[in-house]
Design a protein around this ligand. Structure first.
Ligand code: AMP
Ligand code: ZN
Length: 726
């Protein structure tokens, strides 16, 4: 069984043991062990015959088996033990089961050898005293059983080493190689057998390293410190490869060991500290960006070229500049997600949000009811910025603050927050003037769009759109963003945010593809929802002059605006998440950080390609900014998205469709765990990058705070949104 390495830490015990008692008759000895199990909190089964014992063992696979060896007339304890062990061996491939036999006192003098030969590892001399039974169990648990668990944990860790894509080498304290993993073999070109048992000094070294490097490393290790840095290793074929190597001394019972990791270019930046707190924090965000955990191959390639440029002559460095240029603008950015994530929450989120469902195609048919876009029932209702009801206007007073409470507005305006907030924000940004459109048209348009959001969705309703619009407007006011974008970009961003999830059915792309929905058929299982949101937005807008906000635009300008809106709505698709984030980091964060000293950043900020990247990142961050909102708002959003996922799982079960995200089952889901995974996997790196660009200390503070909140609940093993009342 896979066990957490934490098990190896002293003081930690494996989960409650499962014990099998094989006693032909219920007597005081049998009862003593039953009681002891109960007191020790072990689960326990009792079998009266060898057949029942084997049956039960096959099914439950106990950690500890206690067999009554006192009366040979009932059954042959030794052959039963052998059979149990055999089953255990077939199930696990190794013999580590713990068997205890219970003997009569008059056998105490006899040798234990026959028992050991049959597979028992311990003899317990008949003693029905409950405390004696209990003590025996406790000693077994703390001693041999725990040792077996540790061995199994080691086995799990070695499996992980074998699967790791990083090259790992372990030596003993005399620098004799004990182990190299398959990644090491394939990167370095050696076979295990050629290395194990050799001293590392016997393996050829590259001449490219500075002469004193090995001495530096050795003195570091001798002090028990870790060493990390660039090292040239020599492959078997003689080639030198530059690697980022980490060497860690392992102090343990067996002495000191070294562990060398190669292959990953996880560059730790040593940026200088600025004088004010904000620039320090942004530097640390930058440093984290450099060590992004989910690193795409292209990022590694760019880092290698950057490092090579430093020591290259001018013409080579310039040629490499052009190489970088090309690499930055191609589609090689998605990280490798083939390997299975350990954590089921991350796994399900990645599977559910980042694939189109092709992995789990089913033959089941489920067609979404085809329907015409909604016409808002209250189009005729007069509504302008001037006649927003005062109690609604009041809830929008601090609309320019990040801590603005969208749920107050949602309640005050009877679930029409998009129209009201839209009117206010669009007016603040002069959108009607830019589009040359009357305010009445904008109002009808907002109402028309809002009417096509499903108020029955718990998350993807018009409050989510209003929330994303709010975040978008907030980001647009940040100094760096203003320097980068033009007014047409701002208008595109506000419109894209407003429409980005219109007519969302409250189900994920994977679900629609699995169900063979009309939309999935229409869009070939590719970016189904996002394509639909963008297309429907333009249908709603242009089919009726009354709400066509683009009607008075000049043709070319309309085309540019339309393209920008479509690009941003499509950028909210999660399958492209890492591509967008990595492009932003490589083309914007890193060049900006490199240039910061000289101050000439304008070129980077305003190039057309980079403006597109800024807009994509902006809407993406706005779209999933709920983990960066003040705690109460963050909790409410987490509750809503979880409920929507639960409803999808319910429906998948009802319709016998594949369950796309099994952890989102309302009966078993841990919401804190799911939020921790979502933040770890999608949010942290993205907001580090966005913060390094736009400077968002308050968001990062909330994110930190919220993450700790979910961790706190999870540590208390709570599954709910909030702790139970005191
Ligand atoms: P969109 O559908 O445009 O809102 O894209 C954002 C994606 O992120 C959606 O698939 C949401 O389900 C997902 N998402 C947003 N917030 C959370 C959250 N707090 N926990 C888990 N998933 C989320
Ligand atoms: Zn959204």
């Amino acid at each position: 069984s896979p066990l957490a390495p934490g098990l190896l830490a002293p003081g930690l015990l494996p989960p409650s043991l499962l014990v099998l008692l094989v006693f032909a008759k219920e007597d005081s000895q049998n009862n003593g062990f039953c009681w002891a199990c109960e007191k020790a909190n072990f689960r326990c089964n009792v079998a009266r015959t060898p057949e029942a014992a084997l049956e039960c063992f096959k099914e439950k696979h106990h950690d500890l088996v206690i067999i009554d060896h006192r009366h040979s007339r009932y059954f042959d304890a030794e052959s039963l033990c052998r059979e149990v062990l055999l089953i255990h061996f077939y199930l696990n491939g190794f013999v580590d089961l713990f068997g205890v036999c219970c003997c009569r006192p008059d056998r105490e003098e006899a040798s234990v050898m026959p028992l050991i030969k049959s597979g028992f590892n311990r003899r317990y001399v008949e003693n029905a005293n409950m405390m004696a039974c209990y003590n025996e169990l406790l000693q077994l648990e703390r001693g041999e059983v725990l040792a077996q668990f540790k061995l199994r944990a080691c086995n799990a860790i070695f499996t992980a080493l074998e699967q790791s894509q990083e090259a790992i080498e372990i030596t003993n304290e005399d620098q004799v190689i004990q182990y190299v993993n398959p990644a090491y073999e394939s990167i370095m070109g050696y076979q295990q057998g050629e290395l194990i048992g050799k001293e590392i000094t016997e393996v050829p070294k590259s001449e490219k390293n500075k002469p004193d490097l090995l001495e530096t490393i050795n003195s570091c290790i001798r002090k028990g410190k870790e060493w990390q840095g660039i090292y040239y290793a020599k492959k078997k074929n003689g080639d030198s490869v530059q690697q980022n190597v980490k060497i860690t001394p392992v102090i343990g019972q067996g002495g000191k060991h070294k562990d060398r990791r190669k292959g990953s270019l996880d560059v730790r930046s040593t940026t200088s500290r600025g004088s004010d707190g904000s620039s320090q924090r942004r530097h640390s965000s930058m440093a984290r960006i450099h060590s992004m955990t989910i690193e795409a191959p292209i990022t590694k390639v760019i880092n290698i070229i950057n490092a090579a440029q430093e020591s290259s002559p001018m013409p080579v460095a310039e040629a490499l500049d052009r190489v970088l240029e090309i690499l930055r603008t191609t589609e090689l950015y998605s990280p490798q997600l083939g390997t299975k994530e350990e954590d089921p929450h991350t796994n399900d989120l990645v599977g559910g949000l980042m694939t189109d469902g092709l992995r789990r195609l089913s033959g089941n048919e489920y067609i979404f009811a085809a329907k015409q876009p909604h016409l808002p029932s209250h189009l005729a209702m007069p509504l302008s910025l001037n006649d927003i009801p005062p109690h609604v206007a009041q809830t929008m007073e601090n609309e320019d603050s990040w801590d603005f409470d969208i749920f107050n507005l949602e309640t005050a305006c009877l679930k029409r927050p998009l129209t009201y907030l839209g009117l206010k924000i669009f007016s603040r940004f002069g959108v009607c003037e830019f589009l040359s459109c009357p305010e009445a048209t904008l109002r009808s348009w907002l109402q028309g769009i809002e009417a096509n959001y499903h108020s029955t969705n718990s998350y993807h309703n018009s409050s989510h759109a209003a929330d994303v619009l709010h975040a978008t407007a907030y980001f647009l006011c940040k100094e760096r963003v203003k320097q980068s974008l033009e007014q047409i970009d701002e208008v595109a961003a506000l419109i894209a945010a407003t429409v980005h999830d219109v007519d969302h059915p409250g189900r994920t792309n994977s679900f629609l593809c699995n169900a063979g929905s009309e939309l999935a058929i229409l869009y070939n299982d590719t970016a189904v929802l996002e394509s639909h949101h963008a297309a429907l937005a333009f249908q709603i807008t242009t089919r009726d002059d009354k709400c066509n906000i683009f009607r008075n635009m000049e043709r070319n300008e309309y085309r540019t605006l339309r393209q920008a809106i479509i690009d941003m709505v499509l950028a909210t698709e999660m399958t492209k998440h890492f591509e967008h984030v990595n492009k932003f980091v490589n083309s914007i964060n890193k060049p900006l950080a490199a240039l910061e000293e000289n101050g000439s950043v304008k070129g980077i900020l305003t190039s057309p390609d980079n403006r597109i990247l800024v807009k994509r990142m902006l809407i993406k961050c706005a779209d999933i900014s709920n983990p960066c909102r003040p705690l109460e708002l963050c909790i409410e959003w987490a509750g809503r998205i979880s409920e929507e996922y639960f409803a999808q799982t319910d429906e998948e079960k009802r319709q016998s469709l594949p369950v796309v995200m099994p952890v989102f089952d309302r009966n078993t889901c841990s919401i804190p765990k799911s939020q921790i995974s979502f933040i770890d996997y999608f949010i942290t790196d993205m907001f580090d990058a966005w913060d390094a660009f736009a400077d968002l200390p308050n968001l990062m503070q909330h994110l930190d705070n919220n993450f700790k909140y979910w961790k706190g609940l999870d540590e208390r093993k709570l599954h709910s949104l909030r702790p139970p009342p005191e």
